[in-house]
Every structure is written in C-alpha cells, then in structure tokens.
Ligand binder design. Structure first.
Ligand SMILES: Nc1ncnc2c1ncn2[C@@H]1O[C@H](COP(=O)(O)OP(=O)(O)OP(=O)(O)O)[C@@H](O)[C@H]1O
Ligand SMILES: [Mg+2]
Length: 235
C-alpha cells in the first residue's frame, strides 16, 4: 500500500512545520527526499514512524507496518557490543534466521571483526555503519533512512549504496531515503521528492524512468532532473 499523508499539521511551540501537508510515497520503491536543512525531513520520518506526535492529519498505509529506521544520529546502546546492538533490535524473529541476517549485515558493512567492540571504541563512520547494519538486519516493511551515508568516504559510500540497492532488489520494501546529495538521489531513487518552504510542503516530485544501471550516463532524463534538483538548492 502506498503511504499517503493528507492535511498533516505539525507545530513545535509556535513554529509551524507542516500546515495541511499532502505528500505520498509509492510502495516497494526507493523514495528519495531532498530539502534544505531544518525544513522538516526528520520530523516527517518521526511522524510516519509514530515517534513524534502531530496535531492533526491523516496517514494511510502505515497501519500494521513495521519500521526499520536509520536515525540521523546513530542511536546505539553504549553498554552493548556491536553484536549485542544487532541482537537487541531483532525482537522475536527466529534465532537462526536472526543470526544469519546479523552475520550477513555485519559482513556487508565491514564490522565482523569489530563485533566485540563497544560503540565508544568505534569511529563516527563505523557507528554509522553499525546503524545501517542494524536497520537492514531487521526486516521492517518500511525502511526509513535519514542521511544514512553522511560522514563516510566516497569509496565506502559508493560500496554501501550499491550494496543497499542490491539488498533492496532481493527484498523490496518501501524506502524513504533522506539525503542532501542530489547525486545520491539520482543514482538510487525511483521517485524523488523535494520538500521545503515555511510551512514545509512538497515542491517537486518526479519518477525516474532510467534504469539504475545507466544512471551514471548522461541520459536526457538524468541531465534534466539533475538541473532541476540543483535549481532548488542554488538560489
Ligand atoms: N523536538 C523539537 N523541538 C522543537 N523544535 C524542533 C524539534 N525538532 C525539530 N524542531 C524544529 O523543527 C524544524 C525541522 O527540524 P527537522 O529536524 O525535521 O529538520 P530537517 O529537515 O531534518 O533538517 P536537517 O537536514 O538539518 O537534518 C527545525 O526548525 C527544528 O528546529
Ligand atoms: Mg534531519
């Protein structure tokens, strides 16, 4: 089911973040969300996942959903090792299946040999990788990713992006992926949404038709959408 948000209203004190926001996200595709810092991206993900309250509005398509969430700031349990941080979120998933998933995602993110480290013994990028591994390992039906690859070097970012698209292809779920990088959205998105303004609304939405394997080439679509995206952020 698509995620359909209608007439959403959210304030922090007297600051109006959303006033009758309408936005919808297709299901089982990668939806990238771009927008200026402070416009309300994290607030939107928090509302969708049920972590944040709102005044009124309607959210359809989230009933009965389970969420995997890569928070903007890694929320790790400081007194648990890397491996225990993985186990902690697996809930009542079958132990053998959970173990398989944990091993796989520790390996994918290059953390297998750091499994006994505590979060304070990890670098910032390693903590980020652990929160990615954790969210991938938990098979939520909706995957929320709030700038998951920030602070990582270009090589690792490229590897994780490719790995993410591969994993997603094997096990398609609805993804909401917040990024500040138009290039990241152009590489991986099915749909791109730009939000912004005060109060925050959807400013632009497009569906990319170019196959992901040809995204690095300058097809007409990619060139045009790239131009459009940059026009929102360079004024
Ligand atoms: N708990 C809070 N209490 C008060 N104001 C808040 C709270 N959380 C967010 N805000 C305000 O709401 C606005 C939107 O914040 P949000 O974190 O959603 O922005 P964002 O688009 O995710 O920005 P960034 O790209 O920098 O992460 C900001 O003006 C922020 O100051
Ligand atoms: Mg944010």
């Amino acid at each position: 089911m698509p995620l359909v948000i209608s007439k959403l209203n959210k304030k922090y004190g007297s600051q109006v973040i959303f006033h009758n926001l309408n936005i919808s996200f297709d299901d089982n595709v990668i939806n990238c969300i771009l927008g200026a810092s402070g416009c309300g991206k994290t607030t939107l993900l928090n509302i969708i996942s049920g972590l944040e309250k709102y005044e009124h509005g309607e959210i359809r398509g989230a009933e009965g959903a389970t969420f995997s969430y890569i928070f903007q700031e890694p929320r790790l349990l400081d007194w648990y090792t890397v491996e225990k941080n993985m186990w902690y979120i697996m809930g009542n998933i079958d132990r053998t299946a959970a173990m398989k998933r944990i091993e796989r995602y520790l390996a994918v993110t290059g953390l297998t040999k750091f499994r006994n480290y505590l979060p304070r013994q990890l670098s910032g990028g390693m903590k980020q990788r652990l929160s990615i591994a954790r969210a991938f390992a938990y098979p939520g039906s909706i995957l929320l990713m709030d700038e998951p690859f920030k602070g990582l070097d270009i090589k690792l970012k490229r590897e994780l992006t490719e790995e993410f698209v591969k994993l997603w292809n094997e096990d398609r779920r609805t993804v909401l992926f917040v990024t500040h990088e138009p290039s990241e959205a152009l590489m991986m998105a099915d749909n791109i949404h730009i939000i912004g303004g005060e109060p925050c609304r959807e400013l632009y939405r497009t569906e990319l038709k170019t196959d992901r394997s040809s995204r690095a080439e300058s097809t007409d679509e990619i060139v045009n959408v790239r131009k459009k995206l940059y026009s929102f952020f360079t004024d």
